[in-house]
Write a protein that binds this ligand. Sequence first.
Ligand code: MD6
Ligand code: FE
Length: 218
Amino acid sequence: MSLDLFDEAALHQPPRVEQIGPQTFVLRAFALPFIDELLPPLRALLKVAPFRRMVTPGGQTMSVALSNCGALGWTTDARGYRYTPLDPRTGQPWPALPAAFRRLATQAAALAGFADFIPDACLVNRYVPGARMSLHQDRNERDYDAPIVSVSLGLPAMFQMGGLQRSDRPLRVPLLHGDVMVWGGIDRLRFHGVLPLKEGTHAVMGAQRINFTLRKAG
Ligand code: MD6
Ligand code: FE
């Protein structure tokens, strides 16, 4: 992959840490030094477990397409949301969590004050222009002590970080290629979502945003 001068410069900046809640942090450009180690395993896992649009228990087909890697993968269907060890499409285990994903997650979590984070699940989300994620809480994980580490690649998105009540007015956080969000502790159950993705083409990722969130689910 070739970098333009801007990317090349960004690669050598210290991480810019923005605190947007008591235990919520945006680590600007944190994933950029990892990109060359992230993209080949990402492509490989998507061959084994391609993106698919899942149906919510309410019967809506999600605009975001999903895949997973790691010991557990998040799925939804008419019966509800849950983590499963097998890809329901194939009956096979989800692809292994790539080592670079795990390293990135552990380092990002540490920078945000969560020592020794070892993820066992990684949900991979694909947004094309128009795709969105409505406000939700992440509450299918077994314990809420572990943080969540979320990596944004490709087109910019407007993330909404709400409060502990659905009715709390969300803060808008623009997330760019390489940004990493970490949240946990007393912020773990905050409502959040993503506004509809704007049209565009990203130099590295094309006309899409890929987000992956690393969790300890089991
Ligand atoms: C997204 N992310 O950024 C959707 N959940 O595409 C999430 O729903 C999310 O980024 C929990 C923690 C971090 C996240
Ligand atoms: Fe979420």
